[in-house]
Write a new protein. Sequence first.
Length: 202
Amino acid sequence: MQYTHVTNLDINPLNLKDEIIKNKIDRVVEYGAGKTKEGKDKDDVYTNIKPLLIGDSVMVDIGEQFKSRVPKANIDGKVGRNLYQALPLADSNYKHYNQPSDQVVLELGTNGDFTEDQLDNLIDKFGKAQVYLVNTRVPRSYEGHVNELMADAAKKHKNVKLVDWYKRSEGHTEYFAPDGIHLGNSGVEALTDEILKNMKKK
């Protein structure tokens, strides 16, 4: 399986419209409006939020699916990205995501460890924005430390929430490609759902 370098993933929601309507959804709902009449909200489309998502190849994996659910999302995924590389990126491209109404999803940790100071510094760059930290499931020695730092940050910062992908994906080998890191179709749907579920919580 090949993973392409994708930066500032920009899927035109108009191009997706017919496919979404035909194959995936039977209505468009406002953010936080609840479940569909079938009792499932996995296919709801949220048209009134504009979150920023920064991540690595796992973000590349979910980019198209997330964009189909949140057409106004700004998705910046790059294969091989480490957390420390997102620091200058935030300064150069995303300083304006700093208000309480802004939502920022950070999915970093797949490719290497980082320090508490580096994580705090990245969070601080988004000011008062609501930040969602997606922890990791990766068969590497740094997995536990990365997840511990993210959990601690969510406790320490009032504007930070943990998206517990590690817990959500536990026991679900079908979510993953053979490398145990990147995502298959069911994993893409599950991680997209987990992020949105946390974003909808008050």
